[in-house]
Design a protein around this ligand. Structure first.
Ligand code: MN
Length: 477
C-alpha cells in the first residue's frame, strides 16, 4: 500500500481534490520520519491505511487529510495552529478531536480515562467525522494487532467490543462493526474462533451448489423481467455465528448463516423481486421482515425472506436497493456519497433526528455532571443489549433490555408518561412494571385527569430519561 493507491482510489470519486491530500501525506511523512511501528514498518503506513479505509467509504477531503495527520499532534512536535495554517481550521479541529479521544482506555478506571470516554462519546455531538476517523484508526490497529503483546491484544479487543463495536452499530457501519467483532473474538477466544471458522468453511462448501443454483435461477428471472440487478452471496461473520451458538442454536439451524443479497434500483422493484423469488421458492412466512416499511433504528432498510431452496435447504434472501445496500454497509457514512458538498451538515442533522442513539446520548449528557456516573449510565443504557418494540403507528422503538412500560411511555412523550393510567401489550392489559420483549406491540392508555406519575414508578423505570421526568414532576407538584 502506498500513496499512489490512495490517490487512485480518491480519484474515482473526487478527482479535483487530490492535491491537498498528497500535501497532507507529504507533511505527515516528514513529521513521522524515523518513527517505526511495532511491525517494523515506517509509521506513515498507519495513517495511510486509515485514510485508505476512509476513502473506501468515499470520505470527503478534510476527513482524509485529518486521517493522514491524525497522529501528528500526539507523536510529533507541531501544534493545532500549525495544521490550521498549513491546511485549514476544519482539518485542525478534526485532528485535535481525534487526539483528545485517542488516549481513551475504558478498562482502567482512573478519572482521566473516564473523562476521556466522555469526550469520545461527545465527539459525536461536535463533528461526527471525529468518531468515524477514530473507527477507521481502531480498525487498522486491530488489523495489525498481531505485533502487540498478548496482554495488549486482549485489552484492546475488549475495549473494541465495549466501545467501538456499539459505536459502529449506532452509526449503521455494519462492515466495520463485523470486522471489528471478528478481529476481537480472534484474540479474546482464539480456539472458539478457529473452530467456528473451520466449520463455517465446511458449510459454505456444502451449500455452494445450492446457492449458485438459486442465484442463477433468480438472475435469469430478473433478467427476463428486465429488472436491473446484482446478486451476491453474503455470509454471516464469525462473531455473529458465535452469538447464535451462545443462544443455544445449532450451527446447522442458523437460518441466515448464508444469504443471497439481491440489489435492484428502486423500492417498487424490491417488492416485485420479492414476488418473483417467492414464485420460485416457497417462503417461511414467519421469517419475513419488512425493514423498508419499518427501518431499524440505525436506518437499516431491506426485505428479508427465508425460503426453501434446492434440497429443502433454508436460505435467507435479502432484497434492497443499491442505495439501501450502501447504507447497510456504511450507515451514516454513506451520506458522503449521497449528498456531496453539504454531506457533513446533513450527517450531523440526521444524526440528531433519525438516530435514536443520539437522542439518548444527549439526554444522558444533560443529566450527569459527574464523569463517572455519565460513563456508567452510557454503558448501562447504550452499550448493552436492546429490545425493539412497535408503537401503535408501527414504528420501531429501541430501548435498553429490561425496560418497562414506564420507560416506553416516557420515551414516546413526557405527557404520555405523566397521563398514563394503563397499558396494552399485544392487545392484553399488562402491569406498568411489565418488562418489554422484542416485537411487543405497545399501546399506552392515558387519561388527562390522571394523578400523574406515582413515586413507586421510579422503581419500575430503568432508563434515566423516565426517572428524571418522574422526579421533575414530583418536585413541581
Ligand atoms: Mn492512530
Amino acid at each position: 500500500m502506498n500513496i499512489e493507491n490512495l490517490l487512485d482510489l480518491v480519484k474515482t470519486y473526487n478527482a479535483s481534490e487530490v492535491e491537498i491530500i498528497k500535501k497532507a501525506y507529504d507533511y505527515a511523512k516528514y513529521l513521522h520520519d524515523g518513527q517505526m511501528r511495532q511491525s517494523g514498518e515506517p509509521y506513515i503506513t498507519h495513517p495511510l491505511n486509515v485514510a485508505y479505509i476512509l476513502a473506501g467509504m468515499h470520505a470527503d477531503r478534510d476527513t482524509l487529510c485529518a486521517a493522514l495527520l491524525h497522529d501528528t499532534l500526539e507523536d510529533t512536535n507541531i501544534s493545532k495552529e500549525d495544521i490550521a495554517e498549513n491546511f485549514n481550521k476544519t482539518i485542525a479541529n478534526l485532528v485535535d478531536g481525534v487526539t483528545k479521544i485517542s488516549k481513551l482506555n475504558t478498562s482502567s478506571k482512573t478519572d482521566l480515562n473516564i473523562a476521556n470516554t466522555r469526550k469520545i462519546i461527545l465527539g459525536l455531538t461536535t463533528d461526527v467525522r471525529i468518531i468515524i476517523i477514530k473507527l477507521a484508526d481502531r480498525l487498522h490497529n486491530m488489523r495489525t494487532l498481531q505485533y502487540k503483546s498478548e496482554f495488549k491484544q486482549k485489552e484492546n479487543s475488549l475495549e473494541t467490543m465495549e466501545i467501538f463495536v456499539p459505536l459502529a452499530y449506532y452509526l449503521g457501519a455494519y462492515r466495520i462493526k463485523q470486522e471489528l467483532e471478528d478481529l476481537s473474538l480472534q484474540y479474546l477466544k482464539p480456539e472458539v474462533y478457529q473452530n467456528i471458522a473451520e466449520q463455517k468453511l465446511k458449510i459454505e462448501a456444502d451449500s455452494n451448489n445450492c446457492l449458485q443454483e438459486m442465484l442463477k435461477s433468480i438472475d435469469n428471472l430478473l433478467f427476463e423481467e428486465e429488472i436491473k440487478h446484482e446478486i451476491k452471496v453474503r455470509t454471516k461473520n464469525i462473531y455473529g455465528i458465535y452469538k447464535s451458538l451462545e443462544k443455544g442454536h445449532k450451527l446447522s439451524d442458523i437460518h441466515d448463516l448464508l444469504a443471497l443479497k439481491i440489489m435492484v434500483e428502486n423500492i417498487k422493484e424490491c417488492y416485485v423481486t420479492l414476488g418473483l423469488v417467492h414464485s420460485l421458492y416457497h417462503p417461511i412466512n414467519s421469517r419475513f421482515k419488512d425493514y423498508i416499511v419499518s427501518p431499524k433504528t440505525n436506518m437499516y432498510s431491506s426485505l428479508h425472506t427465508t425460503v426453501f431452496g434446492p434440497n429443502e435447504k433454508l436460505v435467507q434472501t435479502q432484497i434492497r436497493t443499491f442505495e439501501m445496500d450502501k447504507i447497510a454497509s456504511f450507515g451514516l457514512i454513506t451520506y458522503w456519497d449521497l449528498n456531496k458538498g453539504e454531506a457533513r451538515v446533513k450527517m450531523q442533522e440526521d444524526l440528531k433526528e433519525k438516530y435514536q442513539f443520539f437522542k439518548s446520548l444527549q439526554d444522558i449528557n444533560e443529566m450527569f455532571r459527574d464523569n463517572k456516573e455519565f460513563v456508567n449510565q452510557i454503558k448501562q443504557e447504550l452499550f448493552t443489549d436492546k429490545v425493539y418494540v412497535y408503537t401503535t403507528k408501527g414504528d420501531t422503538l429501541e430501548l435498553p433490555k429490561g425496560s418497562t412500560i414506564v420507560d416506553y411511555a416516557y420515551k414516546i412523550h413526557t405527557l404520555i408518561g405523566h397521563t398514563m393510567v394503563g397499558a396494552l401489550v399485544n392487545n392484553e392489559i399488562v402491569p406498568l412494571g411489565y418488562v418489554l420483549q422484542n416485537k411487543d406491540r405497545v399501546r399506552i392508555l392515558t387519561d388527562e385527569l390522571s394523578f400523574g406519575p406515582k413515586e413507586e414508578w421510579l422503581n419500575l423505570a430503568k432508563t434515566s430519561n423516565a426517572r428524571r421526568k418522574i422526579r421533575e414532576f414530583n418536585r413541581k407538584n
